[in-house]
Design a protein around this ligand. Structure first.
Ligand code: CDP
Ligand code: CDP
Length: 213
């Protein structure tokens, strides 16, 4: 049983995916953290997003230590992540890990929840449940700004909004695995939903898709 959760940055997809995994007792994979880990390794090696070979090297052999690095959540890492994520060879390098996680969740768990940009379209096109989580750009920028200032990062709201729009444009316009709602994905717009209400909407969608399993 696979639940695919896609959507743009700060739409609330990670929060939702984590809660769904806990609710159903499924394994959870934040696929964005894989791209972030590749980006961070690239940044630390002094590389840039234009160097495909260096980016692929950074995407190979990502381990638990990379995924636990607090610098993963920084905006600079997220912005570089969306650059390396536009490179097909980088996506190829991260594909098997994601597909294997979905096909064979760790610890023998009965299902998996993956969140990202292309889970319902590319990584798990046969997922039983597909959710596309979104919210308007101002709401997302406010959430991300709150998060960053809460972590002690000094950044202006306007900067967060601009970066978020840039990232949306890059993620949606790229030729390879662009951010897109799968035809069979249930849309959840969280602009006016708090976390609890979004979770209820997601559970309802899951119930209708899991019916008869
Ligand atoms: O948390 P946030 O939504 O800001 O970003 P993320 O999910 O950590 O992803 C960081 C970047 O990785 C995104 O901007 C995407 O460009 C890329 N990504 C992707 O291309 N495909 C995925 N399945 C997940 C992330
Ligand atoms: O994974 P993604 O980048 O899509 O977003 P997230 O990390 O789940 O949520 C981004 C921020 O928005 C977090 O601080 C959440 O607590 C908040 N949030 C919210 O205010 N209302 C929601 N319905 C969902 C998330």
């Amino acid at each position: 049983m696979v639940i695919a959760v896609d959507g743009p940055t700060a739409s609330g997809k990670g929060t939702l995916a984590r809660r769904l995994a806990a609710h159903f007792g499924f394994a959870y994979l934040d696929t964005g953290s894989l791209y972030r880990a590749a980006a961070l390794r690239l940044l630390r090696a002094g590389g840039d997003g234009a160097d495909t070979d260096a980016a692929v090297a950074a995407a190979q052999g990502i381990g638990p230590d990379d995924l636990a690095d607090p610098a993963l959540r920084e905006e600079a890492t997220g912005n570089m992540a969306s650059r390396v994520a536009a490179l097909q060879p980088v996506r190829d390098a991260l594909f098997a890990l994601q597909r294997d996680f979905a096909a064979c969740p760790p610890a023998g768990l009965p299902g998996a929840v993956l969140d990202g940009r292309d889970i319902g379209t590319v990584v798990c096109p046969d997922a039983r449940v597909k959710l596309f989580v979104t919210a308007d750009v101002a709401a997302r920028a406010r959430r991300r700004h709150l998060e960053l200032t809460g972590q002690g990062q000094e950044v202006a709201y306007e900067t967060v909004l601009r970066d978020l729009k840039d990232r949306d444009a890059r993620d949606s316009a790229r030729a390879t695995a662009p951010l897109a709602r799968a035809d069979d994905a249930v849309l959840i717009d969280t602009t006016k939903l708090d976390i609890e209400a979004a979770f209820s909407a997601a559970l309802e969608a899951c119930a209708s898709r899991m019916d008869g399993s």
